[in-house]
Design a protein around this ligand. Structure first.
Ligand code: ZN
Length: 301
């Protein structure tokens, strides 16, 4: 990879703006160093930069912020207009993207497994939603609370992509990260919410180990494995109630959960929230039955 952007930036006048508490965006370029930059290259309402991934990050942050505002009535990640910050070009061939507790960090991928992580808006929605979970339920990142935390990020990541691309539960592919797979893995994805455990099976990655139900649950396992069970629950609910009503239901559930909440607690709270949202005409009247059927389908209740 050739990174000539620093040169381009030096001869370009950049106006970087952001105001605290307004959910403004700030994008930083790490220039392939293993440390986070403190000099923003694009702020809210600034014109596009010469870096495609910086612009994709800017757009993805905007789609995520707008989904939370328009669909869930939430003002940025903390519901108080937190400035949305993202770092692109972190490290060299870094094969991941993460939320570090304050901002998003994107690697370029190694082009064998992944390519640039700004390429799929569900990945961006996923990482930022870790911030929302942090500011709400505060689910611990271990065993069942960790799987609920991970699933919540996939759930809202999938919702952000449907919001941005005008898709619904029937037309969305329910795949996470299919657009960040390296060209040699075209057609694979990181996770399937519809059929957990089927996202990939190839010589580079091996076979997708995600659990789809409690029979496949790994006690104390990696949250990314067990999150498949909850992802599948959300897929089933969204298919019956519609993605955005299901998103409102999961968001209401998230606000009632607590750091050590387990799957059974989530089932209980979600059904309770379904009754309240049905009464308020936010979701269809059979919402609680839909929720129980979905949690029953995967063997939680
Ligand atoms: Zn995650």
């Amino acid at each position: 990879m050739i990174h000539s952007h620093e040169e381009q930036l030096s001869c370009r006048k950049i106006l970087v703006r952001s105001e605290a508490g307004k959910g403004d965006r700030l994008i930083f370029d790490d220039g392939n160093q293993w440390q986070l930059s403190t000099t923003p290259i694009r702020g809210e309402d600034d014109p596009p930069t010469s870096l495609k991934n910086a612009n994709l990050a800017y757009d993805g942050l905007g789609a995520t912020r707008d989904f939370y505002r328009d669909v869930l009535g939430r003002d940025s990640l903390d519901n108080a207009g937190l400035t949305l910050q993202a770092q692109v070009n972190f490290g060299t061939q870094f094969d991941n993207a993460f939320w570090d507790g304050t901002e998003m960090v994107f690697g370029n991928g190694d082009d064998t497994i992944f390519k640039d992580f700004t390429g799929d808006v569900d990945v961006i929605g996923h990482e930022l939603s870790h911030g929302v979970t942090q500011f709400t339920a505060g689910l611990l990142y271990t065993d069942q609370p960790g799987a609920l935390n991970e699933a919540t990020s996939d759930i809202f990541g999938a919702c952000v992509e449907q919001f941005k691309d005008n898709l619904n539960a029937g037309t969305f592919n329910w795949l996470i990260g299919e657009d960040v797979m390296a060209d040699g893995l075209y057609g694979e994805a990181i996770r399937s919410m519809k059929n957990p455990g089927t996202a990939y099976d190839d010589p580079v990655l091996g076979k997708d180990p995600q659990a789809a139900n409690m029979a496949q649950y790994v006690p104390g396992g990696d949250p990314h494995i067990n999150s498949g069970i909850i992802n599948r629950v959300f897929y089933l609910i969204a298919t019956d109630l519609g993605t955005f009503p299901a998103a409102k239901l999961w968001y209401a559930t998230l606000q009632k959960l607590w750091p050590t909440a387990d799957f059974a607690a989530a089932a209980d709270v979600c059904a309770q929230m379904a009754r309240i949202l049905a009464r308020d005409d936010v979701i269809e009247r059979q919402g609680a039955q839909t929720v129980r059927a979905a949690f029953h389908d995967v063997g939680i209740i």
